[in-house]
Design a binder for this molecule. Structure first.
Ligand code: GLN
Length: 288
């Protein structure tokens, strides 16, 4: 029997071939990540132990993971984690999986936040809390508020806030945009990765993306429903010279520029992501 045993090596080879046939992205890597997750090992450890046999229970549970991945459940929902800005966030079906381009949005925000001075930052549509937590962790004097309309997202964001050690400086509130905030608070920065995909485009997205909450993706007919409202309400709650920083869709740069200018923002800029696509829009409230 021992020659027939399902070893780590054999399981990886079989799973990779299976994923390849079914058109799953990065088949070998996906197989390794899922098996490492199942066995609670690092991927490097898998290679140290290629001849380790899997027992019956492990095989049953691994088969279930493969099935779910074949049904286009994103790998990150299966492992329950995603790295963002050098920290590991818990993720599940309640939230959008943090994207690498959103790390650039964090970079832009950090650029305007001095390390030695307290600042107030608001993250709207926080989802997993990845932006709010990253900003709070990188700027130990900052006070960060985070809102999300989804109760489930708020619960997960709170979990990440606590797990990543910024609970004393991050407040997560459930509600629409800025509505749940205490009325007197003013912010130096409002940052958001709002839903910005046009409703009509949702069915054309990758099957994996369709497993993510539509609430986090669907921005209405032109994708700008939430952006339009946010531009208006953020203006009232920023300090003079405060910054609104948003992630946007690659075709939305010109339209968002107009929205920001019409709403009275100054220094309006659209910036690109690493793939040279328009991805971020910025505006400042006029200085006092
Ligand atoms: N960048 C995401 C995507 O490609 C969209 C995220 C969003 O709507 N905020 O699916």
């Amino acid at each position: 029997m021992s020659t027939d045993a399902w070893t780590v090596r054999k399981v990886l080879t079989w799973t990779t071939g299976h994923f390849e046939k079914k058109g799953i992205d990065s088949p070998r890597l996906t197989a390794e990540v899922l098996l490492a997750h199942l066995l609670a090992l690092s991927r490097v450890k898998l290679y140290v132990d290629l001849e380790r046999p899997l027992n019956k229970d492990e095989l049953t549970r691994f088969r279930a993971l493969i099935e779910r991945r074949m049904a286009h459940v994103p790998t990150q929902y299966l492992t329950g984690t995603k790295e963002f800005y050098n920290r590991r966030f818990a993720v599940d079906e309640r939230v959008l999986i943090p994207r690498p381009e959103t790390e650039l949005l964090v970079d832009h925000v950090l650029q305007v936040l001095p390390t030695e001075e307290p600042r107030r930052v608001l993250d709207v549509c926080t989802g997993s809390g990845c932006i709010a937590v990253s900003v709070a962790a990188e700027r130990p004097l900052a006070h960060v508020w985070a809102t999300d309309v989804s109760e489930g997202a708020c619960a997960l964001a709170r979990q990440n806030v606590e797990a990543l050690g910024v609970g004393a400086r991050v407040t997560v509130l459930q509600g629409d945009l800025l509505a749940p905030l205490p009325p007197e608070v003013r912010f130096d920065v409002v940052v958001s990765n709002p839903p910005y995909v046009a409703s009509g485009e949702l069915p054309t997205l990758q099957a994996e993306v369709q497993k993510e909450p539509h609430l986090a993706l669907d921005g209405g007919a032109d994708g700008l429903d939430v952006v339009r409202r946010l531009v208006g309400v953020a203006r009232e709650r920023l300090v003079p010279g405060g910054l609104l920083a948003m992630e946007i869709g690659e075709t939305q740069g010109a339209a968002v520029r107009v929205l920001l200018e019409r709403a009275g923002y100054a220094q309006v800029r659209v910036e690109k992501d690493l793939e040279r696509r328009d991805r971020f829009a910025f505006g400042r409230t006029p200085a006092a």
